[in-house]
Design a protein around this ligand. Structure first.
Ligand code: CUA
Length: 125
């Protein structure tokens, strides 16, 4: 009687551990993609042009143009992608702010008279 009880307890403990581990790994995967920002781009602005993310965690930035080709470059980083013109898809880039602070981004593809005004700020905190 005592022996059976012990064995069952052990089995329960084992099952609990396995379930717990699987649950934790699913949670970790979700966390990694928890931050997603959709940005609409057009002459001559990013919408939103300012947004907050968590420092030290990856953020997926999806950029869609409402008119012509644009670019997305985060100053001081190697992030620089071309955003295809309207109807040609979404440019996706993953960025992990190394520390808290303000990261300025700008259009990196000449797109008209207001090109140099196309700017925004990513705030990591
Ligand atoms: Cu948009 Cu240059």
């Amino acid at each position: 009687m005592t022996r059976t009880f012990t064995r069952r307890s052990f089995l329960f403990a084992l099952t609990g551990t396995i379930a717990g581990t699987a649950g934790a790994s699913i949670l970790a995967t979700r966390k990694q993609y928890a931050q997603v920002i959709d940005i609409t781009v057009e002459r001559f602005s990013f919408t939103p042009s300012e947004f907050r993310v968590k420092a030290g965690a990856p953020v997926e930035i999806r950029l869609r143009s409402d008119d012509t080709d644009h670019g997305f470059r985060i100053l001081g980083t190697d992030v620089n992608v071309t955003i295809p013109k309207r109807g040609k898809g979404v440019a996706t880039v993953t960025f992990q702010p190394p520390s808290a602070g303000r990261y300025v981004f700008e259009c990196s593809k000449l797109c008209g008279a207001g090109h140099s005004f196309m700017r925004g700020t990513l705030i990591a905190e």
